[in-house]
Design a binder for this molecule. Structure first.
Ligand code: HEM
Length: 75
């Protein structure tokens, strides 16, 4: 498994953790037991998703700028 597919797998599984945390937040909200730490259980995986997601978003553009393109170089 290379570095990029490792990041993709991490993003994939963190998304499941995030979904569970959102459900947990909703249950705690309905029970009237809001607390800062409850909110943080969703915020932490969301921040990890944002960092890995933005990295994956940038990958195709980084790959293009690293691979020499004859058409672009000729222009
Ligand atoms: C917070 C900001 C997020 C950003 C910037 C982001 C960005 C991305 C990007 C760029 C991809 C790759 C798309 C491609 O195939 O080219 C991706 C894949 C994916 N994202 Fe996110 N994402 C974010 C949050 C989330 C959240 C909240 C979830 C679900 C709870 C999620 C679930 C997924 C899944 C399941 C994939 C597919 C992974 C795979 O191919 O195995 N992402 N995301």
């Amino acid at each position: 498994m290379n570095w990029n597919s490792g990041i993709r797998q991490f993003h994939r599984w963190t998304s499941i953790v995030f979904v569970v945390a959102v459900i947990f937040n909703t249950v705690m909200l309905v029970l009237g037991r809001q607390a800062t730490w409850v909110g943080l259980t969703a915020l932490f995986p969301l921040i990890l998703l944002m960092i890995t997601g933005l990295y994956m978003f940038a990958l195709p553009y980084l790959a293009k700028s690293r691979t020499p393109s004859p058409a672009r170089d000729a222009a």
